[in-house]
Unconditional design. Structure first.
Ligand code: PHE
Length: 531
């Protein structure tokens, strides 16, 4: 029955009777539809709620338990119990030959013959005669069938709960919770269902009809419509936040578009020994075509190879043979420090006496370039604050926290007379701006920095210290071949972009963040998009 018609019926019945004590007794116009049925009560509930929202009625609900037949129960209600069907199939005693069990199976089917025989014997309805079976009584009363028929039409059984429990155990009936309702008139009771207004219009105000109109109530429980639109990937979002921290601290962004670097720029120029394990095939992806990089500027190349092989600038070097081939290999950069090295080399150009024009913006963001303090002669050095956030590649065994490519956040500061305290202080400020208040530093080793510090942050959710970055003061063996004056210090630090993002958004598998397994839907629904 349509909801509108049902609502009208409820209002008319209320008008006539004052209250409807039991909605199961509602007289439906369509006689074939039973008001007492479970489905009808559900439909009635819908109509009641709609009337309730307009305060036209009030109602109370009541629970009832009724029973319905399982498919097997329904079959028994129609065709009789297994034992009755066995009895019916057998010949009466003395009338015709007894039926063999094999014949019986054929007659009623295996399952029914098996269960039915046992029960029929128990009831003494059948008996053995020779090798066969015969009826033992002339007539039977199939109580199971009768009970099930009663349940089928009334949903209940007069003989009571004990029999019902037995039928439930035999899975012939199942219990179902039902509802019925008592209905009263509400404050806005009327027999005509006026469609409530949803909006207050200018016309209503002008004509005054707003005074008599009924308005649809606000549903404060209703969920809002999800806004349509694109979603920012959590990594992009965190990248943007970190980029803003750097910019606000006066850093300039480094160009990091070349994923392919030479071993010279990724390792040699940083004073990473040519025999260092990080340069192995297991750790680094090498390019097979083209195999070789273009050579760097010859005099710089010479200074770098010399400091490796023989030392210089106060260092004894590695005293290991230098391989030109190793240096000219092409690879996917393993850290963004390769890009920083390019930039530092460029920054030192003035110190090498090269002509440079208008490079201030490139090295500091908004901050004024200063010349050597306390020195009368300009040696060409300009302080710089640089950062980058981009992809790096490592030949890693991939698991929940490692991928072969990820993002690094890197900062580099160059100035005269910087100390380790400057580096530590800078990082405290930087991490604080990222929302990480508690940081600790641990001495570490990097081939290109000395001293080096690992950075740990306290993770309140995990309740432990986790490593968040790596840092250090770049070695003179790296800086001096570039042409920097002796008193220029450069410190830097690096961290992954993925780790703080995962910590922030409680993501414990990196593959849900990056790579081919990322689900667009997951990104759209992630907390990162909302907050
Ligand atoms: N390149 C380092 C890394 O990959 C990070 C770092 C950058 C360390 C700058 C010191 C100075 O972990």
């Amino acid at each position: 029955m349509a909801s509108e018609a049902l609502q009208q019926l409820i209002l008319d019945t209320l008008d006539e009777q004052g209250t409807i004590k039991d909605t199961r007794s509602l007289v439906l116009p369509n006689q074939s539809e039973l008001a007492a049925s479970h489905d009808t009560q559900i439909t009635i509930l819908g109509a009641l709620n709609s009337l309730l929202s307009r305060d036209m009625i009030k109602y109370e609900s009541h629970e009832v338990f009724s029973h319905i037949l399982s498919p097997e129960g329904a079959q028994i209600a129609k065709e009789g119990s297994h034992e009755a069907r066995v009895w019916a199939a057998l010949p009466a005693k003395g009338q015709g030959p007894p039926m063999t069990p094999a014949q019986l199976k054929k007659e009623v089917g295996e399952a029914i013959a098996k269960v039915g025989q046992g029960n029929a014997f128990k009831q003494k309805w059948i008996a053995k005669e020779g090798d066969g079976l015969v009826k033992a009584v002339a007539s039977i009363k199939d109580a199971t069938q009768l009970d099930l028929q009663e349940i089928e039409s009334t949903g209940d059984l007069k003989s009571g709960e004990k029999v019902l429990a037995d039928l439930r155990k035999r899975k012939l009936v199942v219990q179902r919770k039902g509802q019925w309702f008592t209905v009263h008139k509400g404050v806005n009771f009327s027999t005509s269902i006026a469609k409530p207004e949803t909006d207050l219009t200018a016309e209503m105000l002008a004509s005054g009809t707003w005074k008599t109109s009924t308005f649809k109530k606000y549903n404060f429980e209703a969920e809002g419509i999800p806004p349509a639109g694109g979603a920012l990937h959590p990594l992009l979002k965190v990248r943007e936040e970190i980029r803003n921290i750097f910019l606000e601290m006066g850093f300039a962004e480094m160009p990091t578009s070349s994923f392919v670097e030479s071993a010279f720029w990724c390792f040699d120029a940083l004073f990473v020994p040519q025999q260092h394990p990080a340069r192995d095939l297991q750790d680094t992806f090498y390019i097979s075509d083209p195999v070789k990089a273009l050579p760097p500027e010859p005099s710089y190349y010479k200074r770098v190879s010399t400091v490796h092989e023989h030392g210089g600038y106060g260092s004894s070097g590695y005293r290991a043979p230098w391989s030109h081939e190793e240096s000219s290999k092409l690879l996917l950069r393993t850290h963004t420090t390769a890009s920083s090295t390019h930039m530092l080399y460029k920054l030192a150009a003035r110190c090498r006496g090269e002509e440079v024009e208008g490079d201030e913006k490139e090295f500091t963001h908004g901050a004024k370039a200063t010349t050597a303090h306390g020195e009368s002669q300009d040696d060409g050095f300009r302080p710089a604050k640089l950062f980058s956030i981009d992809r790096v590649f490592r030949n890693e065994t991939m698991d929940a926290t490692h991928l072969a490519e990820f993002h690094q956040v890197e900062g580099v500061v160059a100035d005269r007379g910087l100390t380790l305290a400057d580096l530590i202080g800078f990082m405290r400020v930087f991490f604080k701006k990222m929302g990480i208040e508690q940081v600790r530093f641990k001495p570490a080793y990097n081939p290109y920095t000395e001293p080096s510090l690992e950075i740990f942050a306290f993770h309140p959710m995990l309740n432990k210290w986790v490593e968040v970055g790596n840092s250090g003061m770049f070695r003179p063996e790296m800086l001096e071949p570039m042409g920097f004056p002796k008193d220029v210090r450069v410190h830097g630090w690096g961290l992954s972009l993925e780790r703080p993002t995962m910590i922030r958004y409680g993501i414990n598998n990196i593959r849900t963040l990056l790579g081919h397994k990322v689900s667009i839907e997951g990104i759209e629904n992630s907390a990162a998009v909302m907050f």
